[in-house]
Design a binder for this molecule. Structure first.
Ligand code: 0RA
Length: 649
């Protein structure tokens, strides 16, 4: 029979030893009665909690340095097996319950925390810190196998944790191994479904492998039609995690900043790196559990990061005394960071119990970051400078974006329709049939005006050269009169204020030369749309006009050929044609009839619709071509010189 007792009720001075060592013991009935209280739910998520619970116990052994490998096997017979090479659950009689072995107690009694067997047991916590006995309670069958002290022990439970017999020594341990093997069959009368999802398990195992540096976690699916085997092992731990997260992006530099600090029974580990995107991605964990709502560890980190980067900026002179501090959000633009903490009694708060509440961890993370990240920046001045420049750019872009937003708002409030003077608008007020051509250069704009259909086609001339020589980045772009005209003409605002329902044209068409200047302008405009009017691209409203590259005469009539491929095709179709082709230098050289018939007239032109992917490439090209890193720029030009989409030197 299982004793039920309250630890605090027995904590007199003479009994304090027992009080400290004894756990609140309860039978498994409450788990059968209210499974949701212990594993969240009886849905697929609850089912997988059983796996997490068993694996967590093995990971705890690894955390304490006793286990180097864990196998998770989803078997064809509906069970899940977790094998570790830890110390093995103790098999001696339990001091509080001399008729039972410690192993049986671990499997049949609810453990509400505290110590066990004299040594500290379980540092993990939270929702799945409930103990392997919960798994037993919710399984129709559970087989336990322990290798310890040279012997193998076995015990089986059925129907929610009922032993079929005592723990038996069944022979010697093969190769004198130690470890624990738990095989369980989730109870179909408890769970809505008992089918394990390999992908769900894999994702979590990979995360655990990242968080426990060096631990080998193997997964095997033995179910017919699902067979697969995957091994995770990361000698770089959370540094590898950061690299993994940044792998699909463009990291700003190769190095990953990493630091760790241990203080009493608290341990923190942080790894970070920046990429060229514009969003932050901070992942935090407490005892290996994802704290998706953040908490004290994240707070401490963010505060110190802002502090460290600002201090560094002032020390290096990137910020002058009179300059305001760079804001945290600007520093975190493009940041990928992992914060992993381990502590004795984690307090999980928040809506989904996924927010770390322990106040002491905040100051620990803050102190460690202040000290050790500052050291890292000192030791890596090149990277420090890149981080600073990116943060300053983000700051300028944010300030400029606000100014531009205010300006465009004010302007449209002042002059009625709010349309820029340079815009030659179309007559139609129906966006679905209206188009706007953004045309580089005055002479081309002049031809375009004459070539257009005034009912549905608007022309906005821009002076590209200005953009070009300014090496415009987002912030400068927004101060640019041409860009302001563009924002007003499209009429839907920018950035967070962009409202796609207000766009005045459903086709926004960039019309620029096929030469290097035109290519820069196209790239800049696409970058601008990507950063400031992203939904416009996503909805497929952005196009690039394709003026022909070549012309030739066929029976005294001019034929235009879009590109090199079109020219080759033409030659195949007209084998006897003299090979004299005129290479069209620029839009300015075409008269309006030529421009109309090749590029503007809806019936004859060919437009290139811009996808998000193309815009993102343009964005990267922009960063490289317009960026300050001469070496990167040189390498890029060498690599892409053959690609006429990018360059035509
Ligand atoms: C209680 C005490 C000790 C280890 C464990 C339990 C233990 C539990 C599980 C569950 C899965 N794998 C496990 N490995 C170990 C401490 C043992 C000692 O002091 O030697």
């Amino acid at each position: 029979m299982v004793r039920t007792e309250q630890a605090e009720g027995r904590a007199t001075a003479s009994e304090s030893y027992e009080a400290a060592d004894i756990t609140v013991l309860r039978g498994l009935e409450p788990v059968r009665l209210r499974p949701g209280m212990f594993i969240g739910s009886t849905s697929s998520s609850g089912l997988h909690h059983l796996v997490w619970e068993v694996v967590d116990n093995s990971v705890d052994e690894a955390m304490q340095g006793h286990c180097t490998r864990i196998d998770v096997i989803v078997r064809a017979n509906g069970s899940c097996r977790v094998v570790d090479n830890g110390r093995g659950i103790p098999v001696d009689p339990h001091p509080d319950e001399p008729t039972k072995t410690a192993a049986e107690i671990v499997l049949t009694v609810l453990h509400a925390g505290g110590k066990f067997g004299g040594s500290s047991y379980k540092v993990s916590g939270g929702l799945h810190g409930v103990g392997v006995s919960v798994v037993n309670a919710l399984s129709s069958r559970l087989e336990l196998q322990i290798d310890r002290g040279g012997n193998r022990y076995e015990m089986t439970f059925v129907d929610g944790g009922k032993p079929t017999g005592p723990l038996l020594m069944t022979g010697p341990s093969p190769h004198n191994r130690t470890g624990t093997t738990v095989t369980f069959w989730p109870d179909a009368s408890v769970f809505d479904e008992v089918e394990f999802r390999a992908q769900t398990i894999l994702e979590r195992l990979q995360m655990m492998a990242f968080l426990q540096r060096g631990l080998e976690i193997r997964f095997k699916d033995e179910r017919a039609g699902h067979e697969q085997a995957v091994t995770y092992r990361y000698t770089g731990g959370i540094e590898d995690f950061v690299r993994h997260l940044n792998a699909s992006k463009e990291s700003m530099f190769r190095k990953v900043a990493y630091f760790t600090q241990v203080e009493e029974d608290q341990e923190i580990e942080v790894a970070l790196q920046w990429n060229t995107t514009y969003y932050e991605s901070i992942w935090s964990f407490a005892n290996g559990i994802a704290t998706i709502e953040g908490g004290m560890h994240e707070e401490g980190f963010k505060k110190a990061l802002t502090n460290v980067v600002n201090r560094s900026a002032r020390m290096r002179g990137s910020l002058k005394d009179s300059d305001p501090n760079i804001q945290g959000e600007d520093i975190r633009e493009g940041l990928t960071a992992i914060i992993s903490v381990r502590l004795r009694s984690p307090q999980f708060e928040g809506q989904t119990k996924a927010k770390l509440g322990n106040v002491t961890i905040r100051s620990l993370v803050e102190r460690a970051t202040n000290e050790k990240l500052a050291e890292w920046l000192d030791e890596n001045p090149r990277e420090a400078n890149q981080i600073l420049q990116k943060a300053l750019l983000a700051q300028r872009a944010r300030v400029a974006a606000r100014q531009a937003r205010d300006l465009t708002r004010r302007k449209s409030a002042l002059d009625g329709a709010g349309l820029p003077g340079k815009l030659v608008d179309c007559a139609s007020r129906v966006p679905a049939e209206s188009e706007i051509f953004i045309v580089e250069g005055n002479s081309a704009a002049g031809s375009a005006k004459n070539a257009r259909d005034p009912h549905t086609q608007a022309i906005l001339p821009i002076r590209g050269k200005i953009l070009n020589v300014e090496k415009a980045r987002a912030d400068r772009m927004l101060k640019n009169a041409e860009i302001q005209a563009l924002i007003m003409a499209i009429g839907a605002g920018i950035a967070d204020d962009f409202d796609i329902t207000k766009i005045r044209y459903h086709k926004v068409i960039i019309l620029a030369d096929a030469d290097v200047d035109g290519s820069h302008i196209r790239t800049l405009l696409l970058t601008f749309f990507l950063r400031q009017m992203r939904p416009l691209i996503e909805a497929g409203h952005v196009y690039v006009a394709q003026p022909p590259l070549y012309s030739t005469l066929v029976a005294n009539a001019k034929v235009y050929l879009k590109d090199e491929a079109a020219r080759e095709q033409f030659l195949r179709e007209h084998p006897n044609h003299a090979k004299d082709f005129q290479r069209l230098k620029g839009l300015g050289e075409m008269d309006f009839v030529e421009l109309r018939d090749t590029t503007i007239n809806v019936a004859m032109r060919s437009l290139l619709q811009i996808t998000m992917e193309e815009a993102s490439i343009a964005d990267q090209v922009c960063s490289v071509l317009m960026g300050d890193d001469v070496e990167v720029r040189r390498r890029f030009i060498q690599t892409n010189a053959k690609d006429v989409r990018f360059l035509d030197i």
